[in-house]
Design a protein around this ligand. Structure first.
Ligand SMILES: C[S@@+](CC[C@H](N)C(=O)[O-])C[C@H]1O[C@@H](n2cnc3c(N)ncnc32)[C@H](O)[C@@H]1O
Length: 396
């Protein structure tokens, strides 16, 4: 029988390998963050987790612990560049007898190390700065910041009590004692303000006004934005007085949406076959799922969601439903393209087509061509410059 690995020694080796890989791939760019990756024991933060099963069919997650896969494989997985799930549907896992999980939505995880590190590098922190983190999760990213800046410089907010308790224990066992707050990160944490930097590792539908008040002028807010159809990607805002503005990154990283902003369970009323007014559609439903046009559709219809299904045994139609404005657009194939039927307070497909056309007129740019300005009263995403075409973000 192969001998059991010595956990501290093996983990230290694997951390060095992880850091080297992140550096080779260009995510890790500074010696300070490299030292943090090499020092923080990720295995203390994810002693048990779930990974997606390779089996075909419905998405299923299987437990990974030293007992289920053996210590060596567990450590190898812990220190690989992967996101590992630690909670589903807001419910704690019975680790005394963990079972495979399916038909569930992940609600907490330890994020992909390359994404964590890339965001920490983008955050542009320096010794002496203080940071507010939203979404403590397992506490791994919190620990990296504590290592780099000192525990007294780090405040982290987690909305889930059980998740927060486990993070607190893992942090303390690893020698880190940041200010940990249980609550809704949208309110920030006034006691520790003003902050030099704010980083969110869950996605938000807009920039919470409290963040604008609690980050000092000149400070940075780094967060992903997302809607109910898709992620809008990562935005880095510089705070100036009571507003903030900045640009999206080139790629579109995605985080789980803040719990309080998740889409309502019901999709809303599906329109009857005679409801709404019909016209020829300029674009078919593919614009919803293609990368650049999907971003535009999310901007144009921020409260909408969509699904496709065959109607009356006929061809597949795509239903775009907005329960906030009680509006719908139904796209059905015709011999020569697509027809759209719209109804309700907003002409959803008119808005989507207009946004996609604007994007095409500007040369179909990546998300790096977009930025946003956020103030207490208004939040808009713009194309090219603050004076370019604009789309408002939802206010809640
Ligand atoms: C992707 S995980 C965070 C990963 C974490 N930074 C790490 O390294 O392990 C996102 C976390 O955000 C938390 N969360 C969701 N909504 C929140 C909110 N409104 N305020 C604070 N935390 C929230 C979730 O409970 C979850 O634990």
């Amino acid at each position: 029988m192969a001998s059991e690995p010595d956990v501290p020694t093996t983990a230290a080796d694997l951390r060095r390998q992880l850091a080297a890989g992140l550096e080779t791939d260009g995510w890790l760019r500074s010696p300070e963050w490299r030292a943090a990756v090499e020092a923080v024991p990720r295995h203390r933060f994810i002693p048990r987790f779930y990974r997606e099963s390779q089996a075909p069919g419905v998405t299923t997650w299987e437990p990974v612990t030293p007992e289920t896969v053996g210590k060596e494989d567990w450590l190898r997985l812990v220190y690989s560049d992967e996101t590992w799930m630690t909670q589903f549907d807001g419910r704690d896992i019975d680790w005394a007898d963990p079972k495979p999980i399916s038909n569930a939505v992940p609600t907490s995880s330890s994020t992909l190390p390359s994404l964590v590190i890339r965001m920490l590098e983008d955050l542009d922190v320096h010794a002496g700065m203080n940071v507010l983190e939203i979404g403590t999760g397992t506490g791994y990213s919190t620990a990296l910041m504590c290592h780099r800046l000192g525990s007294e410089a780090v405040t982290s907010i987690e909305t889930d009590e059980g998740v927060a308790r486990r993070a607190r224990e893992a942090l303390a066992r690893s020698g880190y004692l940041p200010d940990l707050v249980v609550g809704d990160g949208r309110a920030g944490h006034l006691d520790g303000a003003p902050y030099d930097r704010l980083i969110a590792t869950c996605g938000f539908r807009n920039i919470p006004p409290a963040w604008l008040e609690q980050v000092r002028p000149g400070g940075v807010i780094l967060t992903t934005l997302r809607g109910w159809m898709r992620s809008l990607g990562l935005i880095k805002l510089i705070v100036t007085g009571d507003s903030a503005s900045g640009w999206f990154s080139e790629d579109e990283p995605s985080f789980m949406i803040a719990r309080q902003q998740d889409a309502p369970e019901s999709l809303g009323m599906v329109p009857g076959p005679d409801e709404g007014t019909k016209r020829k559609a300029e674009y078919g439903p593919k614009v919803l799922t293609s990368s650049g046009s999907g971003f535009m559709a999310q901007l144009a219809a921020p409260d909408a969601r969509f699904f496709s299904m065959p109607v009356d045994g006929g061809p597949v139609s795509t239903f775009v439903l907005d329960g906030v404005t009680d509006s719908f657009a139904v796209l059905a194939p015709t011999d020569s393209g697509w027809e759209v039927r719209q109804g309700g307070r907003r002409r959803l497909w008119d808005a989507v087509e207009s946004a996609v056309a604007t994007w095409e007129e500007h040369g179909s740019p990546s998300t790096a061509a977009f930025g946003m300005t956020a103030s207490r009263d208004a939040q808009v995403i713009w194309l090219g410059s603050p004076n370019g075409p604009q789309w408002p973000l939802p206010s809640s």
